[in-house]
Design a protein around this ligand. Structure first.
Ligand code: PEP
Ligand code: MG
Length: 547
C-alpha cells in the first residue's frame, strides 16, 4: 500500500518513521440536566477554571522559548473573560457547569470562525480549554498525545497547545495535521523546534498507528506506506548547533543570523550558536502598555540583548505598530482596512516622537556595546520615506541605517531606496501578503503566501540585483529564509545574509556550507523560470540532489 496526500508544508525538512495517531481530545457535549443550583455550579465553574489555568501555568513554567509562549497564551485563554462570562450566564440560568462551558465555548468559537484568518485559527485553542474544563468537571480523563516510547510522526486533527508544548522533541520526527494553517500553534512550535511539519492535510483517513509516513515539510507532501524497508529518520541526527564558517564553500561570505521577538529568545539563539541577530522585533517593549517606555528604559533592554552578541551584529527594527499590532498610545487607525492603513513606518511619520525616543535609546545602547548595531525601519514604501528615516536615524548617531522591503512598490524601487540607506532587508512574510493581496494569517490562503511563488521570487531578485549594483547588503529576514532548500536560491537571487527563527539555523547552515556562489546562482535561475511554486521547488530539489 502506498498513498500520497498533499498538505501545506509549514516547517521545512523531511522525516520518515512510524505514525502515532493522536485520538482527538474533543469532549462529548454534556447532556442538558435541569435543576442545578446556580450558586454551587458557579463555585464548581470557578474552581475548575482555576485548576485548569494552574495546571497549564505549571507546564508553562517548565517549558522554554515559544513552547512557554504557547502555554502562556493557553493560560490566558483558560481565564478569558469572554468564555467565563458566557459560561457564567448559562450557569445563572440553571445549567450545570459542564453544559454551560460547552455552550459558551461553541458560541465563542462560532464568533471566532466568522471573523476568519488569525481568529479562526484560535478555535482549536478555545476547544482545548473547553475540553480541559469539562474533563475537570466530569472527572473523565482526556484523550490526547500519548507518552511517546519511540521516535514517531504525530498525526492529529490539530494539536492542542497544552499537549504539544511539553512533548519530548527528541522523540518527535514530524507533525502532520488535518487542520491548521501556517500560523496555527503547531506550525509555530514545529518551526521553533526545527521539526518538519505539514498542516491542512485533509485526506488522512485510514492512517493508523505504526503506518510508515514520509513527509516533506517544504512541499507539503506526505506518503503513507506499509513498506517496511523505509529507514526511519534519526531525530538525534538533527543538527542542534549552527556549524557554519560564515561563508559558502567557495569562501563567499553569507551571514546567518537569528530573528528575535523578545529578550527571552536570547538563550535559545545563544544555545544554537547564532553569531548575531538579523531581526530584533521591538514591539515587545511597547505591548500591553498605556504609554511608550522612555529612552532610558528602552536603552537598558537593548543593552541587555546586545551584550549577548558581543563581537557580532544585531539588526534592530524600529517599532512596527498598527493593523494587527495595535497599541494603546498609537492613535487608532479608523480606516476600513487597517492592514493598508497607518502601520509600520507610517505610525512613526504620524507620531515622530515615538521614533525619536526609540532611535535615541538605540544610539545610546550602541555607544555602550561592542556590537555592530544596524537599525532598520519596517514597511517602507517609497524612496522618500527611506530618505526621511535615514536622516532621522543618522541625526541621532546611528551608524548603519537600513529599511525593510515588505511592500511591492519598495521592491520595485529598491535601487532608488538603496541610494539613501546602507542596507535593505526583505521581509518576505509581508512582501508575500501585499504582493498577492492575501492575508498572511489565513490558512485558506497559504498557497498564495508560499515563498516559492514566482512573483515573490522575481521581486526578491529585483532587490538583490539593486543591492549588487550598489554594492550594499541585502538580507532576507522573513520565514522564507528558514527553508534549507530555498536558502541557496535566496542567496542566488542576491541575498547577502539570511535570518530566521534560531532553531532553523543549523539546517540552513549545513545546506549553505555545501554550495558555491555559482551553484546558488544556478538554483536561482531554475526557480525563476518555473511557472508555479511546486515546479520551482521540485526543480531546485532535484538539482540539489543531483549535485
Ligand atoms: C516580514 O514581514 O517578513 C517580517 C520579517 O516582519 P514581521 O513578520 O515582523 O511582520
Ligand atoms: Mg513585516
Amino acid at each position: 500500500m502506498e498513498k500520497r496526500v498533499q498538505g501545506v508544508g509549514v516547517s521545512a525538512g523531511s522525516a520518515q518513521g512510524p505514525a502515532v495517531v493522536v485520538v482527538s481530545g474533543k469532549a462529548v457535549a454534556p447532556v442538558v440536566e435541569g435543576g442545578a443550583d446556580p450558586a454551587s455550579e458557579a463555585v464548581r465553574l470557578d474552581s475548575a477554571t482555576e485548576r485548569v489555568a494552574a495546571e497549564i501555568e505549571n507546564r508553562a513554567e517548565r517549558a522554554e522559548g515559544s513552547a512557554a509562549e504557547v502555554l502562556t497564551t493557553a493560560v490566558l485563554m483558560a481565564k478569558d473573560p469572554t468564555l467565563r462570562t458566557k459560561a457564567r450566564e448559562r450557569v445563572d440560568s440553571g445549567l450545570r457547569a459542564e453544559r454551560a462551558v460547552w455552550e459558551a465555548a461553541e458560541e465563542f468559537c462560532a464568533a471566532l470562525e466568522a471573523s476568519g484568518g488569525y481568529f479562526a485559527e484560535r478555535v482549536a485553542d478555545v476547544r482545548d480549554i473547553r475540553d480541559r474544563l469539562i474533563s475537570d468537571l466530569t472527572g473523565v480523563p482526556l484523550p490526547g498525545v500519548p507518552e511517546l516510547a519511540a521516535p514517531s510522526i504525530l498525526v492529529a486533527d490539530d494539536l492542542a497547545p497544552a499537549d504539544t508544548a511539553t512533548l519530548d522533541a527528541d522523540l518527535v520526527l514530524g507533525f502532520v495535521t488535518r487542520e491548521g494553517g501556517p500560523t496555527s500553534h503547531t506550525a509555530i512550535l514545529a518551526r521553533s523546534l526545527g521539526i518538519p511539519a505539514v498542516v491542512a492535510c485533509r485526506d488522512l483517513d485510514g492512517v493508523a498507528d505504526g503506518n510508515c509516513l514520509i513527509l516533506d515539510g517544504g512541499s507539503g507532501q506526505v506518503t503513507i506506506t506499509d513498506d517496511s524497508s523505509v529507514v526511519m529518520t534519526n531525530p538525534r541526527a538533527r543538527p542542534k548547533h549552527l556549524d557554519y564558517a560564515g561563508t559558502l564553500s567557495d569562501g563567499t561570505p553569507i551571514g546567518l543570523l537569528a530573528n528575535l521577538g523578545e529578550p527571552s529568545g536570547v538563550p535559545t539563539a545563544r544555545d544554537v550558536r547564532a553569531p548575531g541577530v538579523g531581526l530584533l522585533r521591538t514591539e515587545f517593549l511597547f505591548d500591553g502598555r498605556t504609554s511608550a517606555p522612555d529612552a532610558e528604559q528602552q536603552r537598558h533592554v537593548y543593552e541587555e540583548v546586545l551584550k549577548a552578541f558581543t563581537g557580532g551584529r544585531v539588526v534592530i527594527r524600529t517599532l512596527d505598530a498598527g493593523s494587527d499590532k495595535p497599541l494603546a498610545f498609537v492613535r487608532e487607525d479608523t480606516s476600513p482596512n487597517p492592514a493598508l492603513g497607518v502601520r509600520g513606518l507610517r505610525v512613526s511619520v504620524a507620531q515622530p516622537e515615538l521614533l525619536d525616543v526609540q532611535l535615541q535609546a538605540i544610539a545610546d545602547a550602541q555607544e555602550r556595546s561592542e556590537v555592530e548595531v544596524w537599525v532598520m525601519a519596517p514597511m517602507v514604501s517609497t524612496p522618500t520615506e527611506a530618505e526621511w528615516f535615514s536622516a532621522k536615524a543618522r541625526e541621532r548617531g546611528i551608524r548603519k541605517v537600513g529599511v525593510m522591503i515588505e511592500v511591492p512598490a519598495a521592491a520595485l524601487q529598491a535601487d532608488r531606496i538603496l541610494e539613501h540607506v546602507d542596507f535593505a532587508s526583505i521581509g518576505t512574510n509581508d512582501l508575500a501578503q501585499y504582493t498577492f493581496a492575501a492575508d498572511r494569517m489565513s490558512g485558506g490562503l497559504a498557497e498564495l503566501n508560499d515563498p516559492w511563488q514566482p512573483a515573490l521570487l522575481e521581486l526578491i531578485a529585483t532587490v538583490g540585483e539593486a543591492g549588487r549594483r550598489r554594492g550594499k547588503p541585502v538580507g532576507v529576514c522573513g520565514e522564507a529564509a528558514a527553508d534549507p532548500i530555498l536558502a541557496p536560491v535566496l542567496v542566488g537571487l542576491g541575498a547577502t545574509s539570511l535570518s530566521m527563527t534560531p532553531r532553523a539555523l543549523p539546517a540552513v547552515g549545513r545546506a549553505l556550507s555545501r554550495m558555491t556562489a555559482p551553484e546558488c546562482g544556478q538554483l536561482a535561475k531554475r526557480a525563476l523560470i518555473a511557472a508555479t511554486p511546486e515546479t520551482a521547488r521540485a526543480a531546485v530539489s532535484q538539482e540539489i540532489a543531483s549535485e
